[in-house]
Design a binder for this molecule. Structure first.
Ligand SMILES: *Cc1c(COP(=O)(O)O)cnc(C)c1O
Length: 371
């Protein structure tokens, strides 16, 4: 079975083997050396002033970011389940929440965020997804961050990059906190989250808030290559291994270029067989299709063609399907996926199979169309 869900993503063999080594004690020079090496690789990935690893799923990092960086009012952008979550976290901690809400195919605009900032003087942090996985869309986070900082540089910009870090380069110049999670673009098992922080964010964290998710405790310890509590040693070893695997595959620029090209070729292949991309601004992390037969297509992919893709959640259940683009993915695997989608359409009597999806994918991926 090909695993093509936008998280969890397949864990490469080199990473699985690295994680199969005997368990190390976390308070040892041996583990601290691994921690240090992994931290250095993370700095290259995040380009932020500090990076912090937490033993939690992605939501733990979202909660840590909100509680440590917002002290009054959080503006959250809700264009899907994960954006909605930021508002829920703020409310759970007694913070004020202003929400910009959109349909799941619609990104936020710079103008509406600027308007909300001007209308709410108590606002001290903004939380938004770079890639909102619920509908597979890309928000203009960098432009929003820049505009907000022009109005008030003290407003903290929290960017959930759980399906964006490791997918595409993110300009962190105006971002104070960039979040990643292990089981999405980083191709690891679930259970580790990472926060990249700006110096301004470190200042705002101050003494920190909360206990386990107190970022001040972690900043202090992790800058000394250890953790406040027991480190997720196995996952951190895996993280070091995947970051090295990415380097061996040509580095981050190659990963970003491959991902962008593969996402483009997939989108064109699916459109060529009559399918429609759901989001107005598709993220590179996944290819999201809305279709009346979404459920049937997804079921056929799994039962008849050995491909596991994700469906939709809540009101989009049975209405969309999402194909992962994150990670080190061979083009021939993606060809198998778009080909299987075309076969499923044939089975459903929608369109006679003629190999169009595979042909279009190859033409674009290998630039054959220009010849
Ligand atoms: C998966 C995901 C999360 C949350 O992750 P968990 O690891 O399930 O806590 C948050 N934001 C986005 C954009 C995601 O895709």
């Amino acid at each position: 079975m090909l695993l093509f869900t936008p998280g969890p993503t397949p864990v490469p063999e080199s990473v699985r083997l690295a994680m199969a080594t005997p368990t190390l004690h976390h308070r040892t020079p041996e583990f601290e050396a691994i921690f240090k090496e992994t931290r250095e690789l993370l700095f290259k990935l995040f380009n932020t002033d500090e990076v912090i690893m937490l033993a939690s799923s992605g939501t733990g990092a979202m909660e840590a970011a909100v509680t440590n960086l917002c002290h009054d009012t959080l503006l959250s952008v809700n264009s899907g389940k994960f954006g909605e979550r930021f508002g829920k976290i703020a409310k759970a901690h007694g913070l004020n929440n202003v929400e910009i809400k959109h349909a799941w195919d619609t990104p936020a605009t710079v103008e509406e965020v600027v308007e909300a900032v001007k209308a709410n003087p108590s606002l001290d942090a903004i939380a938004i997804q770079v890639s909102e996985s619920a509908g597979g869309l890309r928000h203009p986070v960098e432009a929003i961050a820049k505009a907000v900082k022009t109005i008030n540089p003290n407003i903290m910009i929290i960017a959930d990059g759980i399906t964006a870090v490791g997918v595409e380069p993110i300009d962190v110049l105006h971002i104070d906190c960039l979040i990643a999670g292990s089981q999405k673009a980083l191709m690891l098992p679930p259970g580790l989250s990472i926060l990249g922080l700006s110096n301004a964010a470190i200042k705002k964290v101050g003494e920190g808030k909360g206990y386990y998710l107190n970022l001040a405790s972690e900043i202090k310890k992790q800058s000394q290559n250890t953790t406040a509590y027991t480190a997720a040693t196995t996952l951190i070893i895996g993280l070091g291994a995947i970051l090295k695997e990415i380097e061996q595959n040509g580095g981050l620029d190659t990963l970003y270029a491959d991902t962008a090209l593969r996402a483009k070729a997939t989108a064109k292949a699916l459109e060529a067989i009559g399918l429609h991309l759901y989001p107005h601004t598709p993220a590179l992390s996944m290819s999201t299709i809305d279709d009346n037969n979404a459920k049937e297509i997804r079921d056929l992919l799994k039962t008849d063609f050995g491909v596991n893709v994700a469906g939709g959640q809540d009101h989009l259940k049975g209405k969309i399907f999402r194909i992962n683009q994150m990670g080190l993915i061979e083009p021939y695997e993606m060809v198998a996926v778009v080909n299987a989608v075309e076969l499923a359409l044939d089975r459903l009597g929608r369109r006679a199979f003629d190999g169009t999806a595979s042909r279009v994918f190859h033409e674009i991926y290998y630039a054959l169309e220009s010849k």
